[in-house]
Structures are given as structure tokens and as C-alpha cells.
Design a protein around this ligand. Structure first.
Ligand code: BDR
Ligand code: CA
Length: 312
């Protein structure tokens, strides 16, 4: 079996952590590395959290790199109100053993894409797009070598979660998002439109807990912590588990449906900065640049998650 090579660019984040675990559990995927970026919490915490997740999965061999500590053009906006002070509040996890690599995440991205055969490395960004955009700006020769980008970010019908118009990952660094969306790389986007259909339920959480493993217990505790914010905000029974949708797409794309359309990033308007302007109804001539996902089979998604997480 040929494994698909991926790099996860991440700002853990409880849902990032579940995405990383899903990827590490999947025999079809080879995780070349984790590149941490500032987002949900500052970089020092996101890189530490990424290493804690590798420890938990029993994979201290996964190379973890620290990347950009702030967005390209504006001050960092964080989301402790959602993810807690550490970004990974919930279970008590010890200080990580998985080492932090010396190289900068952007150098790792550039080096890996230059070394691996063209078209064989997929990028999975599940935080602000600062690392990826910086790598593309610094080394334009790598852009054509990327197999695909599968990212979590944006919203259209669901509108914003950090402002009325913008989703968090894109809002934090719209200038970076603009670079990535216009790079010409095959792009799959998991916006809030789909992740808000991937809601946790008490049964899903019980399923994680009943695994009787440290990983199952941690995922249950993260989910319980993470869902309180959205449950209260949206008045629903559960909360969206956003970031693992990217990895689930790689493993079972038939669970999802969407449209190949044009998506532009608003970078100027103070009112709608970070908005993903998705031409869902194809009312412009702007060329399609993204597969924008709108729907998921939520039962299938959680079954896939549970099946994989149970193996760790
Ligand atoms: C995204 O923002 C972060 O808070 C989550 O980890 C996810 O990547 C959802 O808007
Ligand atoms: Ca994230």
C-alpha cells in the first residue's frame, strides 16, 4: 500500500489534536511532520501542545516544528475563550517528551517540498495560513510541487464565528489566506458550512470514553471542554469537531459533498475582513479555485473517527 504523505500545519486546539490523532492512526497516511503556527493560542503553546499530542499517540518520532509567531500583516488574535488558557484545556497532560526540532517550520515545508518527488506531498492546514503563505512567498518554486491542500477555514452560509462575517482561521491571517487561495494549488476547503454539521453527541463522547485507553479518555475530555462554548452559543446539543474533517476527507471523501467554485478572501473591509466570498451559485465568471465542501455524513464521520482513534 502506498501511503499518502501529509504535513499537518496546526495551532492545537482540541479539535486540531483530534485531527492529528486521526492522521497518526490512519495506515493510509504518512505524517511527515507537524508544523505549529500561532492561532488558537500563541506559538509557544501550540508547538508544546502538538508535541503533547504526539506523546499521547506514542509517536515521539514525529518531527514537530515551530513556525510563525504572528500573522503576516496584523497582530495575532487568539481564541482562549474557546480552547482555554493552554489551548488544550481538558485532560491534564504532562510536559512533552517529543522534541521540538531546531529548524523553523517554514524551512521544513520548503525543504520537504523540494526534496520529495513533485506532486507527492499534501498539506493539511488547520490553523491560520501564515506558515504556508510564508513558505510560498519565500520559495515560489515549491508551489507547483504540492499535491493538494486540504484546509479547515472559511464559511459562507454559516457566516462567521469570530466576527459576523469571518471564520477564525481565515480572520487571523487573511493576507496569508489570500496567497494560499490564489496559489493555483488544488484546494479542498472545509468551511463552517460543513463542520457545523459534524456535531458531537453524548453518544460519540461516550464512545471515546469507553475505549478505556488514555487516548480515548483524552479525546472525551477535550471534546467535553471544547463543546461547552459552542453549545451555549448556538443552543445545540453538541459542538462542531472542525479540524478532523480535513483528515477524514483524505480517508473517506465519499462522506462529503461540495462544489468546485471560486472563493476570494476579503482583506480590506474592516467590517468583513477575513470573509471567504464563495461564489456558490456561480454568479460570476471568476475561475474556480477551490472545492468548497458543504455537507457531511456525520454518522459516517464519527464512525471513522472512533474506529481509528480506538487503535491508538
Ligand atoms: C477553527 O478555529 C479554531 O478555533 C479551531 O481549531 C478550528 O481550526 C474553527 O473556526
Ligand atoms: Ca485549528
Amino acid at each position: 500500500m502506498t501511503q499518502r504523505k501529509i504535513i499537518i500545519d496546526t495551532d492545537p486546539g482540541q479539535d486540531d489534536a483530534v485531527a492529528i490523532l486521526l492522521a497518526l492512526a490512519a495506515p493510509d497516511l504518512e505524517v511527515l511532520g507537524l508544523t505549529a503556527v500561532a492561532g488558537n493560542v500563541p506559538l509557544e503553546l501550540t508547538q508544546t501542545n502538538a508535541r503533547k499530542v504526539c506523546d499521547l499517540a506514542g509517536r515521539p518520532d514525529i518531527p514537530v516544528f515551530a513556525g510563525c509567531d504572528r500573522p503576516l500583516a496584523h497582530p495575532l488574535v487568539t481564541a482562549e475563550h474557546v480552547h482555554g488558557k493552554t489551548g488544550l484545556d481538558g485532560p491534564d497532560l504532562p510536559a512533552p517528551i517529543t522534541p521540538l526540532q531546531d529548524a523553523h517550520a517554514v524551512d521544513f515545508l520548503i525543504e520537504t517540498l523540494r526534496t520529495e518527488p513533485p506532486g507527492t506531498v499534501t498539506l493539511c492546514p488547520i490553523g491560520p495560513l501564515t506558515n504556508i503563505a510564508t513558505a510560498f512567498r519565500r520559495a515560489p518554486d515549491i508551489v507547483d510541487r504540492v499535491q493538494e491542500i486540504v484546509l479547515m477555514g472559511g464559511a459562507y452560509f454559516e457566516v462567521g464565528n469570530i466576527t459576523p462575517a469571518a471564520e477564525f482561521n481565515i480572520y487571523v491571517d487573511p493576507e496569508a489566506a489570500e496567497i494560499v487561495f490564489n496559489a493555483g494549488v488544488p484546494l479542498v476547503v472545509m468551511p463552517l458550512d460543513v463542520t457545523h454539521k459534524a456535531l458531537t453527541t453524548p453518544a460519540h463522547i461516550a464512545g471515546f470514553r469507553q475505549m478505556g485507553t488514555p487516548v480515548g479518555a483524552a479525546v472525551a475530555a477535550w471534546t467535553v471542554f471544547f463543546e461547552r462554548f459552542d453549545k451555549e452559543k448556538y443552543g445545540q446539543e453538541g459542538a462542531p469537531l472542525h479540524d478532523p474533517c480535513t483528515i477524514a476527507w483524505l480517508l473517506a471523501p465519499e462522506l462529503f459533498s461540495g462544489r468546485h467554485i471560486n472563493v476570494e478572501i476579503e482583506v480590506h473591509s474592516p467590517l468583513t475582513r477575513g470573509m471567504t466570498v464563495a461564489d456558490w451559485w456561480r454568479v460570476t465568471d471568476r475561475p474556480a479555485n477551490a472545492h468548497f465542501v458543504g455537507n457531511v455524513d456525520a454518522d459516517g464521520y464519527f464512525a471513522l473517527l472512533t474506529r481509528h482513534i480506538a487503535t491508538l
